[in-house]
Design a protein around this ligand. Structure first.
Ligand SMILES: [Zn+2]
Length: 488
């Protein structure tokens, strides 16, 4: 079977063949603003992005996956007005903004792990990249597309002639139809690149800049961080569908105004989770988190499976009944897998597997059609044409995309220990069975790193850690003297 990914690109509004000339696919996903828990609607987006990443890996691509952590600013309104979400969260909980950011970042990471979402390679924090943001704003200013008002530095959208193209906005009605007071802004669509701290308020998070003390605009964060970690044009930039009109439109404008080059080649957007015919949102307070589901004894992976019941570009209706159905469905799926493959160990039998999986792969490579892919999985399990060995191999392979832990209830892990041949105890954990050669390579690098650390050669130790990272290995030094290497 000819394995190629066709994916819907918001730029062209069509399904396109995915291609890249980069040695690694650059994948940038808009991350959380860490002022509150993520609700399950937010998490739907990360699940579709995880499927995309797993599909790219299945095609043999290396992927460099970046997800930002917005831990500064971000006003409640897209129009650069309203309260600052982070400062608001701090006020609500009587904590510092930094404490709020740390707490909700940790909570977000727990959600990612509970949903069996593959870890990003880089999780850059906005507060660590203020100088990159200032640099980008300077370029825009040098190119003559920024201007100053009383409260900040703004992007002049009229000077970027293709501003309306991406979201297919109608420039006339935008200008004529604005009833919102725009203050000193020249045009309603102009947006803040840098905001000044209000004179009468002491903000907890503020920085010096060539224009005065203040904080970055939200849109500039993602642009600065994506350009720092990924080559331009960035292969793929993902996010929720609500980002098309303002956040991503503004990102394109500012990056292309600063660099004069195309920013992103494939823009991929996921639809909303809806509840009672409305988008799930944090405003109003009544939103559902993954912890809410866990309190009701619903397996987070049942929520993952629930997300596969609709295409990522279709709205998905949430109800307690539907999530309970997904929970039952996951249990049935696991018991059917156990029954159909009873007593069979994982040693791959390839015979009928490719043929069996053809409908599955056709579905996932056709714009990540997960409802169809799930139907293919049920068909495999119900088929009488294939042996239990073949079924086991096929389902294991499918689960590298599904991530539903179909065999153990836990994500499958294979462990290799370093034994006695090397000086330090190294343990390699992998979601897939790894060959002796790869395991040896990881163990040797980890062992070298332990040696460097013992010799206090931290530069070398860091280089080795980076080298392991390129093999998709995350390293942890455990208190009992074991160095754990987790391969994703
Ligand atoms: Zn973003």
């Amino acid at each position: 079977m000819d394995k190629k990914l066709y994916i819907h690109n918001t730029l062209s509004r069509t399904k396109e063949l995915f291609e890249t000339s980069h040695p690694e696919v650059g994948l940038y996903c808009c991350g959380p603003t860490v002022y509150n828990f993520a609700h399950i609607g937010n998490l739907r987006t990360y699940i579709f992005e995880d499927i995309l990443k797993r599909v790219l890996l299945s095609l043999g691509y290396k992927v460099r996956h970046v997800v930002n952590i917005t831990d500064v600013g971000h006003l409640t309104s897209d129009a650069d007005t309203g309260d600052d979400k982070m400062e608001m969260g701090a006020k609500r909980e009587g904590k510092t903004v930094w404490e709020i950011a740390e707490f909700y970042t940790e909570k977000f990471m727990e959600n990612i792990s509970d949903l069996n979402i593959l870890d990003a390679d880089i999780w850059p924090k906005a507060t660590d990249h203020i100088s990159e943001m200032i640099g980008l704003v300077k370029k825009i200013e040098d190119n003559g597309l920024a201007y100053r008002t009383e409260d900040g530095i703004y992007f002049d959208t009229v000077k970027f002639p293709t501003y309306c193209d991406f979201a297919k906005l109608d420039p006339e009605s935008l200008r004529a139809g604005s009833r919102v007071p725009i203050g000193e802004k020249k045009n309603p669509t102009d947006f803040a690149l840098w905001k000044f701290s209000p004179k009468d308020v002491k903000r907890q998070m503020e920085w010096d800049s060539p224009w005065g003390v203040g904080f970055p605009g939200w849109h500039i964060e993602c642009s600065a961080m994506s350009l720092k970690y990924l080559p331009q044009p960035v292969d793929i930039h993902c996010g929720g569908i609500d980002h098309v009109r303002i956040h991503h439109t503004n990102e394109i404008a500012q990056v292309e105004a600063a660099t004069g080059k195309q920013y992103v080649r494939y823009w991929i957007h996921g639809e909303f989770l809806v509840m009672d015919k409305g988008k799930m949102a944090k405003s109003g307070g009544g939103f559902i988190t993954l912890d809410t589901l866990k309190e009701r004894k619903i397996d987070p992976l049942a929520y993952r499976l629930f997300c596969f019941t609709a295409h990522y570009r279709s709205p998905l209706n949430f109800s307690w009944e539907s999530i309970e159905n997904a929970e039952n469905s996951l249990k049935n799926l696991r018991s059917l897998v156990a029954k159909e493959t009873a007593g069979i160990k994982g040693d791959a039998v390839k015979k009928g597997v490719d043929r069996m999986l053809e409908p599955f792969w056709s579905a996932v490579y056709d714009d990540l059609n997960m409802p169809q892919a799930m139907a293919a999985v049920w068909d495999i399990l119900h088929s009488s044409e294939f042996s239990p060995e073949e079924k086991r191999s096929a389902i294991e392979e499918a689960d590298t995309i599904l991530g539903l832990a179909l065999f153990s209830g836990e994500p499958q892990k294979h462990v290799v220990d370093s034994g006695a041949e090397v000086e330090f105890k190294v343990r390699v954990i992998s979601p897939e069975e790894i060959s002796g050669e790869l395991a040896d390579k990881i163990i040797n690098l980890a062992n070298e790193r332990c040696k460097s650390r013992e010799a206090k050669d931290f530069v070398k130790a860091d280089t080795l850690r980076d080298e392991l990272k390129t093999l998709r290995v995350e390293i942890r030094d455990l208190p009992d003297g074991i160095t754990e290497c987790e391969l994703d």
